[in-house]
Design a protein around this ligand. Structure first.
Ligand SMILES: Nc1nc2c(ncn2[C@@H]2O[C@H](COP(=O)(O)OP(=O)(O)OP(=O)(O)O)[C@@H](O)[C@H]2O)c(=O)[nH]1
Ligand SMILES: [Mg+2]
Length: 375
């Protein structure tokens, strides 16, 4: 039996544990009984204005308001507590309240995140059975196109990494575009040969190349650049968006970039004749790995459209691994219907998801079949 006195004491404890920091969200003026709304379903913040998140830096979100003039100042915002644990990422469309003037020192609040048309994710590792493997990062929201940037040399292309990006793109329902940079240093034949069976759109970039073809592929869309450090993502963004002023790094002697860019930033593309909406390009920091723990084993195959048809004669629940003698993919490749290197890459991903491999898309000493393209 709990006595009244005990009850009072318990209540005191509950109140004490609930005591916490208050912010302006907690301030509520209680309306008189008669005017109090009968239901709580009334939309909150009906006055929120729409913003597009272009950068995230230590809890501060840079947002632009649609229709704002190009030279209008961006709005700086923080998350409202009511968003809970939902993360806000570059590309998100959000509802903003408070001071959205963009004046120096003004701070707005993000009170809503609109439904996302796409979510591009990667995990630190492939293995969903470990904590590190499950650590999932949302790269960007609402992208229409994943521009997979790979240098043809310095650093050398890694088709294993490109294959991972393709899986992520198909999984997120984002269209892939292969962007091969540093075409002044090496030819694209080896990489393009590897993808010959895929209808994969690509562009070749050299320092003096005209960017018209790329610009027309980017017009009116939200495109995100991903790739290893030093492949030339920021260099490209600076060429596409003349006032972007993205820092550009040097590729160090061992052929690795230095991770010059440290956070994702969306930049509005200059207008293209004939297109209503200019589109956005999102520069991202170089990644070493593109872990796919969030992608089911079945979905991995979607990154290999040249292999899909080869699985129609597989037994039910075929794991498609090299250990499965009845897997139809071996015959498919033996008949010359797909490149054996593609099957090897797919199987390396399957093995990696099972916790056996290297998620970096780099050569694995146990899998010498994944040399840099062209080697
Ligand atoms: N030769 C040649 N060098 C290039 C080309 N594109 C970029 N570079 C050089 O490659 C180096 C790295 O370029 P960045 O644009 O900083 O590379 P990034 O992909 O943004 O790298 P992170 O920000 O570290 O991810 C710079 O020294 C560029 O000048 C190209 O087409 N040809
Ligand atoms: Mg960069």
């Amino acid at each position: 039996m709990v006595s009244d006195g005990d009850r009072e004491e318990l209540r005191g404890q509950v109140l004490a544990t609930r005591r916490r920091e208050y912010d302006e969200d907690d301030v509520r003026v209680r309306p008189g009984k008669s005017s109090r709304p009968r239901t709580r379903t009334r939309p909150r913040h009906a006055d929120a204005v729409e913003g597009f998140v272009t950068a995230v830096d230590r809890g501060r979100y840079t947002c632009v308001l649609p229709g704002a003039a190009d030279d209008a100042p961006a709005v700086t915002a923080m998350r409202a507590r009511e968003l809970g644990r939902k993360s806000v990422v570059v590309g998100d469309r959000v509802g903003l309240v408070g001071d959205t003037s963009g004046a120096p020192g003004a701070l707005a609040r993000i009170v809503r995140i609109a439904d996302r048309s796409s979510v591009l994710r990667r995990t630190a590792e492939d293995d969903a059975t470990t904590a590190e493997g499950r650590l999932e990062r949302v790269v960007v929201a609402n992208a229409d196109q994943l521009v997979i940037v790979s240098a043809l040399a310095d650093p050398p292309p890694r088709t294993g990494f490109i294959d991972r990006c393709l899986v992520a793109a198909y999984d997120a329902d984002v269209e892939p575009l292969l962007c091969l940079t540093k075409a002044d240093l090496a030819g694209p034949e080896a990489v393009l040969g590897y993808y010959a069976e895929l209808e994969l759109p690509y562009v070749l970039i050299r320092p003096d190349s005209a960017l018209d073809a790329l610009r027309s592929l980017l017009a009116g869309r939200i495109s995100v650049l991903v790739g290893h450090s030093g492949v030339g993502k920021s260099t490209l963004v600076n060429r596409l968006v003349p006032d972007a002023a993205r820092a550009v790094g040097r590729v160090s002697a061992i052929g690795r970039g230095r991770h010059t860019s440290t956070s994702a930033v969306a930049l509005r593309l200059p207008p293209v004749a004939g297109a209503d909406d200019e589109g956005w390009i999102i520069d991202t920091p170089g990644v070493r790995s593109f872990g796919l723990a969030h992608v089911s084993a079945d979905s991995l195959l979607h990154g290999f459209p040249d292999l899909v048809e080869g699985t129609v004669d597989c037994p039910a629940n075929c794991p498609h691994t090299a250990e499965e003698p009845a897997c139809g993919l071996d015959a498919w490749v033996a008949a010359g219907r797909a490149d054996p290197r593609r099957l090897a890459s797919y199987r390396r991903l399957l093995a990696s998801r099972a916790g056996e491999g290297d998620p970096r898309g780099e050569p694995d000493p146990r899998n010498p079949g994944d040399p840099p393209a062209g080697a």
